[in-house]
Structure formats: structure tokens, C-alpha cells
Ligand binder design. Structure first.
Ligand SMILES: CC(C)(COP(=O)(O)OP(=O)(O)OC[C@H]1O[C@@H](n2cnc3c(N)ncnc32)[C@H](O)[C@@H]1OP(=O)(O)O)[C@@H](O)C(=O)NCCC(=O)NCCS
Length: 166
């Protein structure tokens, strides 16, 4: 299995829409997008963020075919960001999600020197996502109103200057 990670491009739109139409994939997703136009709008928003360095939009190709993505979007001030990631259900549990999260964090820290906190939202029973976030050092967030409690839990990772000093 040849795994390659790269930045997203416009031609990824069709598989991105297919992935987000897959019931198995959507099982744990808090904010489901059901119609093709909204999927396209969201895809273009992420692509634009990648192009203008207001975010990261990474894609994994397995044997030349796209099978997963990782996104990091900066807040307006640039001191915080939100990450999300997804892998085609047929390719899950092969380490691809971990690769994508690592890449989103690495690239996010590189293009956003002011970044201090990275946030994620995850269903409380989404074991794969929880293991992945914990492995990267994320901890559960207690910030009220961040997500839809009690099913969806906020996670956060502190990065940047404070971490380097200690
Ligand atoms: C969450 C998700 C991205 C994980 O991707 P993945 O490619 O399967 O992740 P990995 O193979 O890198 O596995 C990461 C860890 O989680 C574990 N894991 C993955 N899926 C699991 C599952 N369903 N149940 C239990 N553990 C699981 C792996 O064993 C691995 O643990 P380890 O590092 O201790 O061995 C994938 O399940 C997915 O796309 N889900 C749907 C979308 C989603 O929920 N996104 C997250 C919200 S933003």
C-alpha cells in the first residue's frame, strides 16, 4: 500500500462529496452536510483557507486514490484553530487518520507562529478519534458552550511559546 500525503486540490471535490455522503463515515459527525451544494461550499472554503494560508487542507492518496483528509482552520486572530479529519471507512485503522492529524498539526504550527490552542470536537463514543487525539496530546476541554454536550465533547491542545519554554 503506497500512502502519500499532499495538499488538497480542486479535483478532490467529487471524492470529498462521496465521502461525506457515506452513512458509515457520517456515523459520528456532529454537523452533517447533506446537500451537494453545501458540501461544495464547505470544500471550497477549506481549499481557499489552504491557498491563503488561513488553514491546512491535506489529503492522503492510497495507491493513487484519495482516501482521507485533514483540515486545520485558523480563527480570525490566528491564536486558535480547529482541526477535523476523516478517512474512508474501507481504509480506517491503517494509521491514515494519525498521519493526517500529525500533518495538519505540523503544517498549522509552521504557517501560524501565533497559534496557541488547537481545538477539536468528537462524539463521546468515537473511540478511533479519541485515541488519535489523545496520542497527539489533546485533553478534554471544559470550556462551556463549545459543542453540543453531552454527546459531543470538546478537546484541546496547547501549542506554541508556552510549550517551548517549559
Ligand atoms: C477518526 C478516524 C479519522 C480515525 O482514522 P483511522 O485512519 O482509522 O485512524 P488510525 O488508523 O490512525 O488509528 C488511530 C488509533 O485509533 C484506533 N482506532 C481507530 N478506529 C478505531 C475504532 N473504530 N475503534 C477503536 N479504536 C480505533 C487505532 O487502533 C489507533 O490506535 P493506536 O494508535 O493506539 O493503535 C476515522 O475513524 C474516521 O474518519 N471517522 C469518521 C470521521 C470522524 O469521526 N472524524 C473525527 C471527527 S473530526
Amino acid at each position: 500500500m503506497k500512502i502519500e500525503i499532499r495538499t488538497a486540490r480542486h479535483s478532490d471535490l467529487e471524492w470529498y462529496k462521496l465521502l461525506h455522503s457515506d452513512e458509515a463515515f457520517n456515523r459520528w459527525i456532529a454537523r452533517r452536510i447533506n446537500d451537494p451544494q453545501s458540501m461544495e461550499d464547505e470544500f471550497l472554503f477549506k481549499l481557499e483557507a489552504q491557498c491563503t494560508r488561513r488553514g491546512v487542507f491535506a489529503v492522503v492518496d492510497v495507491d493513487g486514490t484519495s482516501q482521507g483528509y485533514g483540515v486545520l482552520l485558523f480563527s480570525v486572530t490566528g491564536d486558535s484553530a480547529h482541526v477535523e479529519f476523516g478517512v474512508d471507512p474501507r481504509y480506517q485503522r491503517k494509521g491514515i487518520g494519525s498521519l493526517l492529524l500529525e500533518e495538519a498539526l505540523r503544517a498549522g504550527n509552521r504557517i501560524g507562529p501565533g497559534l496557541r490552542i488547537i481545538k477539536a470536537v468528537c462524539h463521546r463514543d468515537n473511540e478511533g478519534c479519541i485515541r488519535l487525539l489523545r496520542a497527539q496530546g489533546f485533553t478534554m476541554s471544559t470550556v462551556a458552550g463549545l459543542v453540543k454536550p453531552p454527546l459531543y465533547v470538546g478537546w484541546q491542545l496547547r501549542v506554541g511559546a508556552q510549550e517551548r519554554v517549559s
